[in-house]
Write a protein of this length. Structure first.
Length: 272
């Protein structure tokens, strides 16, 4: 074989084996079967209703295009309720950060023994897998309707999320500073304070800011089940078919979340 033929052979992509081809085709066939089976359950065949009920949609959009900002009292109500929602997000995020830090350290394989890491990770999996709405319903029974139920629901769910993110950051740190502290006779607490926290601090702050953005949106939904805030008046106006007010509330939510996103993005860029 000549030199040019060797170069062409080197440039050719590797050929898949028969086993790999069968696996690929089997995966595509399985995907097609799943889509076919779920077609009826997902009511994809009813897409024609979008055109059939166009008159209802037009009436709905007509109200939506005229948001109700008719009086200062109405605007103030929206702002007050949005602030109440943000208060839930602020405290839910703060409590979750305070809880997530020790749980993250206990679930980091490079800091804690496996007999501690395993059960702590499973506990965080449970908190993370249960939706805020489900947790909030339990707290609504315990403490009654209001913002506290929303705060506690956000705090527990986000403890599981942040502990996972924080522990992954801890496990990715450079071990040299840890070994340096250990060589000077430092305790495990000294290793965490002087070698781990300085490395993960900016990333942890970035994760916390991101979860605050998510909590601001989640707190809106929690208001629908009685946790207060702007979600409660949103749900009330949806039930009363007052779509002009629904539109105004949606605008307030979008503006608030956008401002939070801009501010937190600017802070994250400064940190990372």
């Amino acid at each position: 074989m000549s030199v040019s033929e060797n170069r062409l052979a080197a440039l050719e992509p590797p050929r898949a084996s028969l086993r790999e081809k069968l696996f690929t085709w089997g995966a595509w066939i399985a995907l097609g079967l799943i889509l076919a089976v779920s077609f009826r359950g997902a009511q994809i065949g009813d897409l024609y209703l979008l055109g059939k009920n166009s008159s209802n949609t037009q009436a709905y959009l007509q109200d939506y295009l005229h948001p109700d900002f008719s009086s200062w009292g109405t605007i103030r109500l929206y702002i007050d309720k949005m602030w109440a929602t943000l208060e839930m997000a602020i405290w839910g995020t703060l409590i979750s950060v305070l809880l997530a830090v020790p749980f993250a350290l206990l679930s980091s394989a490079n800091l804690a023994p496996q007999w501690i890491v395993f059960p702590v990770r499973r506990l965080m999996d449970i908190l993370r897998s249960v939706n805020e709405l489900v947790i909030a319903t339990a707290f609504l029974v315990a403490v009654g309707p209001g913002a506290l139920a929303g705060v506690l629901a956000l705090a527990l769910h986000n403890t599981g999320v942040l502990a996972k993110l924080f522990s992954e950051a801890v496990e990715a740190v450079d071990n040299a500073p840890i070994e340096g502290v250990r060589a000077t006779g430092g305790t495990r607490l000294h290793e965490i304070v002087w070698a781990v926290i300085p490395q993960v601090g900016p990333l942890w702050t970035s994760f916390a800011l991101y979860r605050f953005e998510a909590n601001a949106r989640s707190a809106t939904v929690l208001g629908i089940i009685g946790a207060g805030g702007i979600g409660q008046i949103l749900f009330d106006n949806i039930n009363s078919f007052n779509y002009a007010r629904v539109s105004a509330i949606a605008i307030v939510i979008v503006v608030a979340v956008t401002l939070i996103d801009i501010a937190s993005s600017a802070i994250r860029k400064r940190l990372l």
